[in-house]
Write a protein that binds this ligand. Structure first.
Ligand SMILES: Nc1nc2c(c(=O)[nH]1)N[C@H]1C(S)=C(S)[C@@H](COP(=O)(O)O)O[C@H]1N2
Ligand SMILES: [Mo]
Length: 234
């Protein structure tokens, strides 16, 4: 995993606007301490998960990517989205709900990783993904102490829910690049989930809304509601 660019283009003012007055965690995920060295906010699920800092999953060399192995798997075809009008909404149990354009998201730090995508239908492919860490987006939205789960709504009607710890894993991205190029429409443009710690059906394509919740709702995910396992860890 490598940081390809830094967020020079995001002004401090803009960040503070996004993050609101209670800014505790900066975009890089670093905790801010008060002058006596104590955390300036009571511990909560979000902070605990950040502090746990999981071991990163090993990645692959770029020479091993398998573009021809990646099978497009869409339950309902490819929705049409105008990327210039697109806005990603982040809402729910957060102090600072957001609506971000692709140009806002592309100014945030870009993370690139080469991982294996695994589908329960019996195929796998090594893919390079480039995008923004979900934890950076959540840091701007500031999950409230009761935050525990995150729902992802997609433009084709697909929906998914994840546990907060997996969402803020440093290799969980909202990707807009695939194998070094702009993410193709069929693979989820303008934004899709990509993570080495979850099965393919958790990796929502065409994500339009990120909704933080304190509870799992009766509907947990498109495939899960048809009987597939919810956690779906790799
Ligand atoms: N919105 C949406 N996301 C989705 C799907 C889908 O049908 N709709 N299929 C899932 C499944 S089962 C897999 S294996 C991966 C496939 O990603 P790919 O088409 O880029 O290979 O996307 C996942 N994300
Ligand atoms: Mo899948």
């Amino acid at each position: 995993m490598s940081e390809i660019s830094k967020p020079e283009n995001i002004s401090r003012r803009q960040l503070l606007q996004w993050a609101g007055a209670g800014l505790l965690v900066n975009v890089a995920g670093t905790l801010l301490y008060d002058p006596v060295g104590r955390l300036s906010m009571p511990a909560n699920e979000w902070l605990q998960a950040l502090l746990l800092s999981p071991q990163p999953t090993p990645e692959f060399p770029i020479s091993t990517i398998e573009p021809e192995q990646l099978i497009i798997n869409s339950y309902r075809g490819t929705p049409s989205i105008d990327p210039t009008r697109f806005q990603l909404k982040i809402s729910g149990t957060v102090a600072n709900p957001l609506s971000l354009k692709m140009t806002d998201i592309q100014q945030m730090p870009l993370t690139s990783m080469v991982i294996r995508q695994v589908c329960v239908e019996g195929w796998a492919a090594i893919v390079q993904w480039g995008g923004v860490r979900l934890r950076d987006l959540l840091t701007l939205a500031q999950p409230l102490p009761t935050a525990k789960y995150v729902y992802f709504q997609s433009a084709d009607g697909y929906y998914e829910s994840w546990d907060l710890a997996s969402v803020i894993h440093p290799q969980t991205l909202l990707a807009y690049q695939m194998n070094g190029k702009d993410l193709p429409k069929e693979n989820g443009a303008p934004l899709r989930l990509a993570s080495p710690i979850k099965l393919g059906y958790k990796q929502s394509k065409w994500v339009t809304e990120v909704i933080v919740t304190s509870q799992l709702l009766p509907k947990r995910g498109y495939w899960e509601d048809l009987g597939y396992e919810w956690f779906a860890g790799l």
